[in-house]
Each structure stands twice: as structure tokens, then as C-alpha cells.
Write a protein of this length. Structure first.
Length: 309
């Protein structure tokens, strides 16, 4: 459904994409996972025919994003990261306008948006600018779907919304996928990776790995422990200096470390930390997540100071 090969894009001397390759099958929910500035938005804007790459090729539904840009725009729904609907129009007026642009109507395609629109239909006469963050995202998604697209491109749709709205939005995407719609979604939230069929981990304009979330996490081949104590900031610095600790990253209420099991045991690490003045030390073996894999993959890449956008 979507294919891209060796896509490169720079803004001046700053590289946004450094030759990424990928493909998304029809009906697949594909996630592009990475931090701010990794190149997610640039990639989606190229696929949505909003900007051109410097080199490389990309197709959507068999159509070239450059030569067939007008035809592609009738087949995709695009939802940018920033709310871009008309703030002074009501919910219903925004939806009516976008339906008319594509030569359709709310009544004709209401079945496509029914599960989403019912959340905001009670506020159909409220101006879009007065909606909450979650309601704005639901309206934007409804407008992206109203012309019955075959593919959805969603740029960080859950950023800035509350946890309940995040969960509701992902449930909506699951139902849309069941209708055969191909979905590309970008997000900086690693915990959302497990909701996708496949993901691409992206950093500094490069794909680190592309696979199913379970397979990526299952390939983590190092011994992983979660460590906590009373002085977490000091503990982080001290762990990174401990013999046998390979990597150490803050991870929620704990620090996740990979260790050389031949040099370190749980008890020997505990004694090292106690000797450095730490108290209430807890060390637990844990199973790797996608976030752990991303941190390990990112740590193995040479930092390129010109690849940050």
C-alpha cells in the first residue's frame, strides 16, 4: 500500500531523513516510533505529498508521490500533529466543509466516522477552537476519514491529550484497521508501540529497526535489571560508574541497566551501591520492552550532530 526507498531530506545543512526504506501492507497498522526531532513528521509529509524529498522514491497505493500527487490526495486522510482545522467554525461546519471538498457529504459516509463522531456529536454546534485536546483530535480524525480514504497518515495524534482520550483514540484506530484501512501513525510514546502490527524505530533520520513489537523486544539479548533507591539522580550517576554495568538509563520510577553477568551479580551490585552511601536499594531482573531496545540501539549508533531535526 505504501512503499518508500532511500528517502533523503535536508533543511539547509541539517539532515532530516538519511535514506530510509520501508513498506506498509494494505490493512496494516504501522507505527513510526521515535523522539522529537527524529524525522517522523518529515517522512509523513513526504508521503502525504506536502513536501518533496531530495532523493529517493515513494508510492502510495501504487501512485508516485510526485507525479501522481493530486490522485494520492483523494485516496489518503492526513492528520497533522498540530490541530489545523478552522477554529471559528463549529464541529459540524468543519466536517461539512471537508466532506464538500472531496465531493461527498456527512450523510453519505457517516458510517465511517460513527464510532468517532458520536463522542463529539453532542457538541456539534460548538466552535472547534473551544474543544478540549481530545475532542479536537476526534474531530480532526473524523475530517480525515469523511471522504473514505484507503490510507490514513497520522502525525503524533495522541500528543497533548489525556490518557483516557489516548486509549479511546487507539481503540478507534483498531476498529478502522478492521475495516481494511491502512494506517501509518507516528508517536514519541514507546508504550504505544505494542498497539501496532509493525513498527519502525527512528532516530536522527534513520530507521534503527523495523519489525513487530514482540519480535523487537524478544531480540534483546542482554541481562536487564531494574534498580531503585532513595537518591535516584545520584544513583543514576553512580550506576554508570559501576564495574560490570554496560548501560544505564532512567526508566520511570527505576533505572534500567544492562550488565555483564560474568562480572556482576545482584548482590555484588547491591554491596557496591551500599558502599557508596545508597540505601533502600532494590534490584530486580526485568523483561525488555520496546523502549529498552530503542535505547540500546540508539546507544550503538554514532552520534551525528548534523542530523537533528
Amino acid at each position: 500500500m505504501v512503499c518508500f526507498e532511500n528517502l533523503k531530506k535536508s533543511y539547509g545543512h541539517t539532515a532530516a531523513l538519511c535514506g530510509v526504506d520501508g513498506s506498509v501492507s494494505k490493512g496494516e497498522l504501522f507505527g513510526i516510533i521515535g523522539p522529537d526531532g527524529a524525522g517522523k513528521t518529515t517522512l509523513l509529509r513526504i508521503l502525504a505529498t506536502l513536501i518533496m524529498s531530495d532523493s529517493g522514491v515513494a508510492t502510495v497505493d501504487g501512485l508516485d508521490v510526485v507525479r501522481d500527487c493530486k490522485r494520492i490526495r483523494t485516496r489518503i486522510g492526513y492528520m497533522p500533529g498540530r490541530f489545523s482545522l478552522y477554529h471559528d467554525l463549529t464541529v459540524e461546519e468543519n466536517l461539512t466543509f471537508f466532506a464538500s471538498v472531496f465531493g461527498t457529504s456527512i450523510r453519505e459516509n457517516y458510517h465511517l466516522i460513527a464510532d468517532i463522531y458520536r463522542h463529539i456529536e453532542p457538541f456539534r454546534n460548538r466552535r472547534a477552537g473551544q474543544l478540549s485536546g481530545g475532542m479536537k483530535q476526534k474531530l480532526a480524525l473524523s475530517c480525515a476519514l469523511i471522504h473514505k480514504p484507503s490510507a490514513l497518515l497520522l502525525d503524533e495524534p495522541t500528543t497533548g491529550v489525556d490518557p483516557v482520550s489516548r486509549r479511546e483514540l487507539w481503540e478507534m484506530l483498531r476498529r478502522l484497521k478492521e475495516q481494511g484501512i491502512t494506517i501509518l501513525v507516528s508517536t514519541p510514546y514507546m508504550d504505544e508501540a505494542t498497539r501496532c502490527d509493525r513498527i519502525a524505530l527512528i532516530r536522527n533520520g534513520q530507521f534503527l529497526k523495523t519489525d513487530t513489537p514482540a519480535h523487537i523486544a524478544g531480540q534483546f539479548g542482554k541481562t536487564l535489571w531494574a534498580v531503585s533507591g532513595e537518591r535516584m539522580a545520584t544513583l543514576l550517576a553512580d550506576l554508570r560508574r559501576c564495574r560490570g554495568v554496560l548501560t544505564c538509563f532512567a526508566f520511570g520510577s527505576t533505572h534500567h541497566i544492562t550488565v555483564d553477568a560474568g562480572l556482576l551479580t545482584v548482590e555484588s551490585l547491591r554491596q557496591q551501591l551500599i558502599g557508596q552511601g545508597h540505601t533502600h536499594i532494590e534490584i530486580q531482573p526485568v523483561t525488555a520492552t520496546v523502549e529498552d531496545c530503542f535505547m540500546e540501539l540508539a546507544a550503538g549508533k554514532t552520534e551525528n550532530p548534523e542530523s537533528r531535526i
